[in-house]
Design a binder for this molecule. Structure first.
Ligand code: URA
Ligand code: SF4
Length: 205
């Protein structure tokens, strides 16, 4: 697997990166997905949120977090009192990985190879945006940013300081939708996101 690096234009703006990502063949996932789903949001965002990969609806519509998980995320962000329009939202892997079951396309978790292959896009996004805080939504994003041994279950909500930005990892909004006790899972998710407010205390809300 060659990885995305050779498709990432040097010194590019976010718009140029987005355009170039449409032609990425850095791993096999582009072959079956509809399109690359690049990150979206302001180039001067203080906060970048990273999900796993586009879902079924994101794949079809070409935008991140516009399906059920995205709606839950929007609700949680609003509840925490942060302006959604000031957050840049992206994914660790930019193509939808799935398995066909009849007419349904069932999400398949990306492997280490695909996460590593796609990381050049995420690195480029973070380099251009230079956020103060990165929020990893779920284990795949957390491993992409904090390394393969990072365990969200043990360290969710913890503020991790990296050289260029701080990181908070929490669960994926899809896991809240699947949880046996959805209200409790949602409350935990919102509690983790609230930590973002303390970190962002001095930052634009
Ligand atoms: N889940 C993700 O991780 N990302 C999306 O964009 C949608 C659902
Ligand atoms: Fe390129 Fe990432 Fe898509 Fe693989 S998943 S083809 S690395 S954009």
């Amino acid at each position: 697997v060659p990885g995305a690096a050779e498709f990432v234009p040097p010194h590019a703006s976010l718009a140029e990166l987005r355009r170039a990502s449409c032609g990425c063949h850095g791993c096999d996932l582009y072959q079956h997905a509809t399109q690359t789903v690049f990150g979206e949001g302001p180039e001067n965002a203080d906060v970048v949120m990273i999900g796993e990969q586009p879902g079924d609806q994101e794949d079809v519509r070409g935008h991140p977090f516009v399906g059920p998980a995205g709606r839950l995320l929007d609700r949680a962000i609003a509840e925490v009192g942060i302006d959604r329009d000031r957050i840049y939202v992206t994914n660790a892997v930019k193509h939808f990985k799935f398995e066909e079951r009849g007419k349904r396309r069932i999400h398949k978790q990306p492997g280490r190879t695909e996460i590593v292959a796609c990381s050049a896009w995420l690195d480029a996004e973070l380099r251009v945006i230079e956020p103060q805080l990165v929020v990893c939504l779920g284990a795949i994003a957390a491993k992409a940013v904090l390394g393969p041994s990072f365990k969200v279950s043990e360290r969710r909500g913890e503020l991790v300081t990296m050289p260029d930005y701080a990181v908070i990892a929490t669960v994926h909004p899809s896991s809240v939708l699947r949880a046996p006790d959805r209200d409790e899972a949602y409350a935990g998710f919102v509690a983790d996101l609230k930590r973002l407010r303390t970190v962002c205390g001095g930052i634009r809300p």
